[in-house]
Design a protein around this ligand. Structure first.
Ligand code: 13P
Length: 257
């Protein structure tokens, strides 16, 4: 983390878990376990139907609500899709785009991720743009080339002012839901590389200001060490964000000097 130059963000990705009725008790437990003062923004990205309940429950302890996906279209005959205006209208502040599960199960490519990020920015929602390599790519030593390509494609046509609203999340696919975390060194190396890519496109200042999160089996035990890395500005947390005490411990880990 580097709080002097950029925001620390702890974001939970609930994926397709939990019910709206479970949100209030979850937030109450989170509040009990969370430090009174904290050095980060906290957001929970829920299925779209649960965003209003999250906003309501999260208000008093400053937990923002986010979506997990958005349509690239503004409106129209796209059955099942949710637009950026609809997310903004119900009060979502953030939205994940390009999660590897969307890429894998829904065939999303980098151009689509770029279009979705732009759709969110146009409606004032902060995109959390996910990138990350597969195990095969890592073993072939293609990690940085591949991640750099994903970052460049996702940010194509986004100007420096809009970049200030973007968060990039590095999530190595092999570490997601596997219990296999990237080492702090591995995660730092790629996050530093991502910042270098941003620097090349936008220059030193915007690169210094962009928050880059790590995601992939981040938990109450390993969060402190990961967050101690200079280019890791927070986490995008799946499994551990479903357990209020664990999520609170991760939030507390941002209070380190
Ligand atoms: P896990 O923390 O369960 O590995 O999930 C990470 C993730 O995909 C967050 O978007």
């Amino acid at each position: 983390m580097n709080r002097k130059y950029r925001k620390t963000v702890i974001a939970g990705n609930w994926k397709m878990n939990m019910l709206a009725s479970e949100i209030k008790p979850f937030i109450e437990q989170l509040k009990e376990n969370m430090p009174k003062t904290r050095a980060c923004d906290v957001v929970l990205c829920t299925p779209a139907v649960m965003i209003p309940a999250m906003i309501k429950a999260g208000k008093e302890c400053k937990v923002a609500a986010g979506g997990q996906d958005v349509s690239k279209f503004e409106k129209g005959a796209y059955t099942g899709e949710v637009s950026a205006s609809q997310l903004a209208d119900i009060g979502a502040k953030y939205c994940i785009v390009g999660h590897s599960e969307r890429r894998q199960y829904h065939g999303e490519d980098d151009m689509l991720v770029n279009a979705k990020a732009k759709a969110l920015l146009a409606k004032g929602i902060n995109p959390i743009i996910c990138v990350g390599e597969s195990l095969e790519q890592r073993e072939m030593d293609l990690t940085m080339e591949y991640v750099a390509y994903q970052v460049k494609a996702a940010l194509n046509g986004i100007d420096a002012t809009q970049l200030r609203r973007c968060i990039i999340a590095y999530e190595p696919i092999w570490a997601i839901g596997t219990g296999k975390t990237a080492t702090a060194e591995q995660a730092q190396e790629v996050c530093e590389g991502i910042r270098a890519v941003v620097r090349k496109i936008y220059g030193a200042r915007p690169a210094r200001a962009v928050s880059i999160l790590y995601g992939g089996s981040m938990n109450a035990k390993n969060a402190y060490e990961l967050l101690a890395q200079p280019d890791i500005d927070g986490g995008l947390i799946g499994g551990a964000s479903l357990k209020p005490a664990d999520f609170a411990t991760i939030i507390a880990a941002t209070n380190q000097e």
